[in-house]
Design a protein around this ligand. Sequence first.
Ligand SMILES: Nc1ncnc2c1ncn2[C@@H]1O[C@H](COP(=O)(O)OP(=O)(O)OP(=O)(O)O)[C@@H](O)[C@H]1O
Length: 260
Amino acid sequence: MEKYPTTYSQAQVLKDLAISIAGLYFSYPDKANVLQDVSLHIFKGERVGLIGANGAGKTTLFLSICGILKPNSGKISVFDRPVVTGEFRPEIGLVFQNPNDQLFCASVWDDVAFGPQNMGLSASEVERRVQEALGIAGVADLVHRPPHHLSGGQKQMVAIAGILAMQPQLVMYDEPSANLDLRSRRRIINFLQSSPQTLLISSHDLELILQVCDRVILMDEGRIIATGKPEEIMGDRQLMESCGLEKPHSLIPHFHSDEK
Ligand SMILES: Nc1ncnc2c1ncn2[C@@H]1O[C@H](COP(=O)(O)OP(=O)(O)OP(=O)(O)O)[C@@H](O)[C@H]1O
């Protein structure tokens, strides 16, 4: 159960942090204590999985980190700059659980260009970013299609391209494999494994977390319960069950997953 390296000087730690949260509390008007005393550090380049039962507060935490929700109290900094509610920070990307919440334009090109256009970039730079992001997400051939005509897996990759076009340094993925078939799921796992950004990934797909993340944060009822190596946290049956989760099959001795 690690925190951050103790050999670092304070200044070095701040420089190397992607996310720093201290004493965060959040309540919705009709649902109190959704986040309770959440404190965490995520370093640049880390790939961190966020796990927890339904309603644990994972999405609420994401929306707080990207400045969509205003915390009741506590501090959030991303890349050593305080998060201000409502401020547009293109370096912070959030891929929503449902791509339909993110795609609303008449064409894939328009959707992927939306972010860069709002950053005030020139038309040629917008075009360059759209082509680059579609290429990275592997959906360049869909550029002229209407997003609402695409399959779930295609929509997911277009939604990701829309975020990548803003060249974020931190990308949060909320349930990236939800509703994907086996091939699309494998594709997103490969994609995440090769992503250079700092990643924070919320998922009930614990095998995906095991394959992609180098650290995991376990939440329950708005609180952080544990953080550490994915095999260590998810392999602790008692801990997992106390938070309403199961130990993943691949961590059960003698269970042979055919996934590599
Ligand atoms: N807009 C809202 N208004 C009121 N309550 C909300 C709202 N959004 C979420 N909640 C409540 O806040 C709690 C945390 O929800 P949240 O979506 O953050 O959890 P989660 O861990 O992402 O869950 P899941 O795994 O099901 O996606 C739940 O009890 C939920 O009912």
